[in-house]
Each structure stands twice: as C-alpha cells, then as structure tokens.
Design a protein around this ligand. Sequence first.
Ligand code: HEC
Length: 459
Amino acid sequence: MYQTALQAAAIGMALISFSAYAAAPVAAAEKLYQANCAVCHGAKLEGAVGPTLGEHAWIHGAPTKANLINVISKGVPDKNMPAWSPTLSAAQIAMLADYIAANANKKLAAPAAANDLLGGFKLPKGFRISVYAEGAATARSMVVSDSGVVYVGSRKAGKIYALVPRADKQSADVVTVAEGLENPIGVTLLNGALYVGEISRVIRFDNIDKRYAQKPSYDVVKVGLPTDKWHGEKVMRAGPDGKLYIPVGAPCNICDTDDTRSAKIYRMNPDGSQLEEVARGVRNTVGFDFHPSTKQLWFTDNGRDELGDNTPSCELNVVTKPNQHFGFPYCHGGVVPDPQFGKNRSCDEFEAPVAKLGPHVAPLGMTFYTGKQFPDIYRNNIFVAEHGSWNRSTKSGYTVHLITLYGNKMVSDTSFIDGFLRGDEVVGRPVDVVMQADGSLLVSDDYAGRIFRVTYDGK
Ligand code: HEC
C-alpha cells in the first residue's frame, strides 16, 4: 500500500498537532476537528454540508465511542463523508470519537440567522413564510397596486417605500418614494394616485406606479386635521364608495371625546371636501377594511390602558348603519364600564364588538382574504395583525390571527402566525396584512423593518 502526497501531508499535519497537544487531549481533539471536520460539520459542530454532531437523530447508530470510531474510520463514501483511516491514526480517530461523544447530546449553536428567524415561526400546515423585503425601517400600512408594487407607510422614518418585485416575484427591492413626512403610516390607492395620511394632513402622489422611482412631487389634499400626536397617526382606505376613510384617534389614554373631533372615523371626497363622520366612540383604530360582499366597514380598535393586565379587551367592530357609537370612553370591549366615564351609562347603549381580541394585544392592520391560493376556509375571513403589548407584565399579541365569520358573527379566533415573540425576545411586531394578486399574504413588521410573505403549497 502506498500513500498519496495528500494523505502524507494530512498525516504529517495531524501528527504534529497530536504531539503538540498531547498533554491536553481535548484541545488536541478540537484542533484535529477544526482542521479536518469543521468544513463539513461546522466550526461549532452545528452542521453544514454534513449533519450537526450535536444532538440530532444519529444516522449511524447511537454516538457510542465504538460506533463513532467505526463511521469516522470507514466514512460513508457514497454520502460524501470521507474515510479517515488511514489518513488519521487509530489514536487520533479515538480522540475525535471521545470529543464527539462528549458533545453528542448538546444543543449546539443555531444555523444561519435567516433560517433561524424563519424557522422560529409557527403557521398552520402547508403554509410557508419567507422574507419578502428588508430595510423598510418602521414599516406600517401597506397597499398593493394593480402592477404589483406595494406601497408602505412608516412611522419615525418619515418615509414612503415602494416594494418593487424582483424577477423571481418571491422578493422585492425597497425604493424610497418620499421622505421627511410626519409619521406617514397610512397609504391607500385611488384612481392611480397614492394617498398618504400624515398626522394632520393627507397628501396625494398622482400616477404613482409610473413615478415612484423619481422622488415624485405631491399635492396636499386635506389640512387641518387635529395635530395631537397621541393616537394621532392615521391609517387610510379608499372605500367601495370612492371616498377616503380616515380616523382621528382619542388624544389620550381615556378622556371625554364625544363633543370633539376625536375618537371617530370619517370619510371624505378624494379632493378633501365633505368630511363627514362615519362612526364615533372609537378610541384608536389602526386598521380597517371593507367586507368583500356586504361592503360594510370593519375596523380594529385598541383598548384603554391602566385598568390592569387583563382588561379591557381590544376590539374588532363592524359599522352596520350611520351614527353608531362604539363605546369609548364609556364602555370598553362591549362589557367593561369605564370606572370614571361609565358611571351613569350602560354598556347596552353602545355597539358591542364582533370580537374581543384580548387585552393589550394591540390589533392594527386587518384584511379580508379574497384570494384563491389559500384553502376555502380563509375566503372572506379576516387576518388581523396584533402588534403586541407594550406595558403588560407578560407580553401578549405579537401574532397574526385569523378570525372566521358567519355573517357578522365571529366563529373562531385562532393564531395564524406565531413566533414574533420568542420567550422574552421580540424578533418582530406585525403591523399590517395585505394580499397580493396571486393570493400570497404580506405582513409588515415595524420592529425590524421587514415585510414577510406567506404562501400556501399544502394540498
Ligand atoms: C466532505 C465533508 C465531510 C468531512 C470533511 C467530514 N464529514 Fe463527517 N459526515 C459528512 C456527511 C455528509 C455525513 C452524513 C453521511 C450520511 O448521510 O450517512 C457525515 C457523517 C458523520 C458522522 C455520523 C453522523 C451520524 O449522524 O451518524 C460522524 C460521526 C462524522 N461524520 C464525523 C466526522 C469527523 C470526525 C470528521 C473529521 C475527521 C468528519 N466527519 C469529516 C461529511 C463530512
């Protein structure tokens, strides 16, 4: 038998490291491992081309010393695991076997960050989540144009982004359309124009699909909305009636608002004229949508704070007729009279929510799913992004939920995407959900500035 030059070199190298570290076998084994094995099994035994050598379902039997010596010596030639005998000596292989056996039941360092991020989400069977776009700082509401460009508002960043699909349609580039705006969270499209809701005004970018990349100019549609910053950010939607819907939140945690302009939802003509009230007693809605067949306005509402961790519940509501009052500041979640403002009132006087979403979950964007990609059960039901609590002792929310309906009644409220909160670690905070033309769902995250995409390939 003869040795190739390569084998001779490997033996030489291995022998040197063996003798140099003979007094410290673990360090010697580690060095051997790094020199010969790490390239395929990972620097921390976490796995790469080859399997992790930490805790896993061992392919070649339990990780006993004898089994390990056997597989390391003979390798798995047809699976790219080299045979290490005689490249390494029997003593070296035994040392590596001890080293691997000692780590064999450890949970080892995680794989690459992106896999880690996506692998930590839980969705129903058959659904897949991926990152659609990154680098959209403080991403808030979204709207999808007919040509497939997604416009995204933002909060502190003061920017409007366009997510421009790449050739593969699985991901998008982020283009900044405008900047220096005041918390421009709300975006909606009407007649080819992008409307943006800032704190106290609404602006319009005409013909946006043709101009998004050219730092387009805008026209001011409406000024003079209240300037309060507390609950002052404004989502927007163009309604099926061709009007623009826009809320004015309560400028407080709890305060009397009936005789003010606040705690109401309004609509107006696209040119800003004829502002009129649509609903009142709405503390702070940060998401609404119109039912695909009834065309009624559905909206989320964030419950008041400082009544404790477990009350009152945040709400999902529907507007069924003019002049409805949804309870704020007198009654919360349909059943909790306000300790200060509710004394001489009854919860029965006000519209009860369709769904109580839970205390402090902070429901923001919502959308009716009308696509064909997801199973039938999803059609005309609601996805709600629950941004998550900021002041509850145990965090709640940080999820996307599916609310199923029968008529205007809730049938079920179940988790659709979990994993934005992992133990105590926040990896994202969902803000808005919109559907793409192919029925995929996009979810914006203002914590990490990401947009996720959910697709269904289960059959
Ligand atoms: C060229 C890549 C490569 C190198 C280098 C390599 N391995 Fe492997 N190893 C593999 C692959 C691939 C497998 C999985 C084989 C299979 O699927 O059966 C494997 C399997 C193993 C297993 C069995 C794992 C199990 O689950 O049963 C052990 C133990 C192992 N390798 C140890 C080592 C040691 C020790 C070294 C360094 C001396 C090393 N390997 C170097 C690719 C490699």
